[in-house]
Write a protein that binds this ligand. Structure first.
Ligand code: IMP
Length: 464
């Protein structure tokens, strides 16, 4: 029997839920969902397009991790936007774009991205807010990354060389510099100690690359002036918006398989791309999250090194790369291509708690005679559907495929799921039944209007 304070707390929670679930609650604003949208694979799932599309229904889009290692491509008419650091919500007038505390910011990259958007007529400065708790990337972070990636006997991760990992290292080691330090003009002492630290590492590794720390300091003082008007306590801002009944879309960068804890470690990025990162990376508590949407390609890709069970290294993989234009939007590197991996998706669904999945790039499979889907793994002669933790075990996986017939016709221009060719619909149903996650939407082209929603789906209800 629950008694005393616990009982009172439960009753209060019950009332709170009732209030949020009742749009007509007297005197209260209508219930609006706060949703997380994140990648269910190794990144590049097409989140940029989905976030841009959904952002119309939200008051703010908040990015919670990563830095300018991410690249979100959005097509609007004949205009192509590649957003690296700024949430794609910025492309919708009136939607606030928030860079949360979990993001690492290279001010030079930020200002150049802002300039590009301003030149395209987007009023970035009126729509963008940056967390004063976000950490700052300096040029020497890239130097350190180069040392680390190039060192003998070190397993190279194949990073984007943007200084992301070393900046997060400084954050966790409690020697990093944050946006607040930068804009409050009191970071010089702290900066000099950080610079000394980097010089020591460089000399230990016999690195002769000259870094002019004074020049960097002067440059960052200038960056600080440009960033100051945008910096604030974004955790307070977002929580206040939620209290006012406004709705927030949380945008993950990279994908769950690149998450520092749940990805194919060490071949991962240095932040929490999974759903939990949305709370730690913005300061919005889990009690305010109403739904989690996973984005997955109809097949799968990976950039950089690391195990990839369903990779196709044959000509068919090359065909997918060309059809899907699978080249990194940040580094231009060719992406490794492979087949939809059901155990992987079940794993990412478990650690994220997906309410619904969006399947992207369905049209890339249009020409294929048959489509392999990895439905299980074989490890040590045993069939398993679980994702192992160690690199050596993931590398040892032999994928077990089921081959589905292709639909051999274009799906471009189809605007309702029911109008997809029969085999395409069967493919979607197959993925849904095997993964156990609702497929609430299918994207069949890069444009905003090339996205179909499943009528009556949980996704549709969350977006209402
Ligand atoms: P880092 O994030 O630059 O440290 O790179 C770590 C790993 O994550 C490398 O394998 C990168 O290729 C990968 N990675 C980082 N950002 C992205 C992304 O936006 N899409 C796909 N892979 C990424």
């Amino acid at each position: 029997m629950i008694q005393g304070r616990n009982r009172k707390w439960l009753i209060l929670q019950g009332f709170r839920r009732m209030r949020y679930n009742c749009a007509f609650w007297a005197g209260e604003p209508n219930f609006m969902s706060n949703l997380i949208v994140l990648g269910a694979q190794w990144g590049d799932e097409g989140k940029g397009k989905i976030v841009d599309l959904l952002s119309e229904k939200f008051d703010a889009v908040a990015r919670y991790q990563g830095g300018h290692n991410a690249g979100h491509t959005v097509f609007i008419g004949d205009r192509k936007f590649i957003l690296k650091l700024i949430p794609s919500g910025v492309l919708r007038p009136g939607v606030l774009a928030v860079i949360g505390n979990g993001v690492v910011i290279d001010p030079a990259a930020l200002l150049s991205e802002m300039q590009g958007l301003e030149e395209a007529g987007i009023n970035v400065r009126s729509q963008l807010k940056i967390s004063n708790r976000a950490h700052v990337i300096f040029p020497f972070h890239r130097t350190i990354e180069k040392i680390s990636e190039g060192r003998d006997n070190r397993v190279a991760i194949g990073t984007t060389s943007r200084g992301i990992g070393p900046c997060y290292e400084d954050k966790i080691a409690r020697r990093g510099i944050r946006i607040a330090d930068l804009v409050e003009r009191n970071f010089e002492e702290h900066y000099r100690s950080l610079a000394e630290d980097k010089q020591l590492i460089a000399s230990a590794f016999n690195i002769s690359e000259r870094v002019d720390f004074d020049e960097i300091l002067a440059q960052y003082k200038q960056f600080a002036e440009a960033i100051r008007p945008l910096a604030c306590d974004t955790a307070h801002l977002l929580n206040r918006m939620i209290r006012e009944g406004k709705s927030i879309l949380f945008e993950g960068a990279q994908g769950t398989m690149l998450d520092i804890d749940f990805g194919t470690y060490p071949f991962v990025t240095s932040s929490s791309a999974a759903a939990g990162g949305a709370c730690t990376g913005t300061g919005v508590p889990p009690t305010h999250i109403d739904g989690i949407i996973g984005v997955s390609k109809a097949y799968i890709t990976r950039v950089g090194a690391g195990p990839f069970p369903s990779e196709d290294t044959t000509e068919l993989g090359d065909k997918i790369r060309i059809a899907g234009n699978e080249f990194g939007s940040v580094t231009g590197r060719p992406r490794r291509c492979g087949w939809f991996d059901v155990p992987l998706l079940r794993y990412t669904a478990e650690v994220n708690g997906f309410d619904s999945l969006v399947i992207t790039k369905m049209d890339v499979l249009d020409e294929l005679d048959e489509i392999p889907v990895c439905v299980a793994y074989e490890l040590d002669g045993q069939r398993t559907e679980l994702m192992p933790a160690s690199t050596s075990r993931v590398s040892a996986i032999k994928p077990v495929y089921e081959r589905l017939p292709g639909w051999k016709q274009s799906t471009r221009g189809v605007s309702r799921i029911v109008d997809l060719p029969l085999q395409a619909r069967k493919y979607v149903d197959f993925l849904e039944s095997k993964t156990g996650v609702e497929i609430g939407s299918v994207s069949n082209g890069p444009e905003r209007n090339e996205t179909m929603f499943v009528a009556g789906s949980k996704l549709e209800k969350l977006l209402r």
